[in-house]
Design a protein around this ligand. Structure first.
Ligand code: GNR
Ligand code: NI
Length: 163
């Protein structure tokens, strides 16, 4: 198992749009295992490949209290089912350390993805999965939590990060 370096804001590499995974091989499995290890070590509940400077559509997550439920999502896609139903959650991000902010996101979504073998799945997420999967898919699009806050707040964060 290898501990991977996590990119932090405002590193421009975090803005890269990730590419679709087409090959489900041993190296994909290895990367997902190293990402899970890195996520647990950093005490995060999710990690996108973009955050470790690998720009493919791969996400790992563990939302369990006991940290024994590793999940891997390849090529995840979210469809918003209701435009008017939202949920607010105080989010944090391993790529923006020390920054926590209430973010509002769609609440009624359908999630489709592939597992590490390439098999297709779908579900209608509830609770924290709804929030976290959208946070992680944002990373794959090169989008960060800081993009949801005011310019003033974002500029303050950038200055703080430069120190
Ligand atoms: O560890 C994390 N916690 C978290 C809390 C609320 C909403 C989203 C998250 S994801 C974050 C880890 C991370 O930065 N993933 O990209
Ligand atoms: Ni994040």
């Amino acid at each position: 198992m290898k501990l991977l370096d996590i990119l932090t804001y405002p590193d421009p590499r975090l803005r890269t749009v990730a590419k679709k995974v087409n090959v489900f091989d041993k190296s994909l499995k290895n990367l997902s295992e190293n990402m899970l290890y890195t996520m647990y070590e950093a005490e995060g509940i999710g990690l996108a490949a973009s955050q470790v400077d690998v720009h493919i559509r791969l996400i790992v997550m563990d939302l369990s209290e006991s940290k024994d439920n590793p999940m891997v999502f390849v090529n995840p896609e979210v469809e918003i089912l209701e435009n008017k139903s939202h949920l607010s959650y105080r989010e944090g991000c391993l790529s923006v350390p020390g920054f926590y902010e209430e973010i509002t996101r769609p609440d009624k979504i359908k999630l489709t993805w592939q597992d590490i073998e390439g098999n297709q799945h779908s579900t209608y997420p509830e609770g924290l999965l709804t929030v976290c999967i959208q946070h992680e898919i944002d990373h794959l699009e090169g989008k960060l939590m800081v993009d949801y806050v005011s310019r003033l707040k974002r500029e303050r964060l950038k200055k703080k990060a430069a120190k």
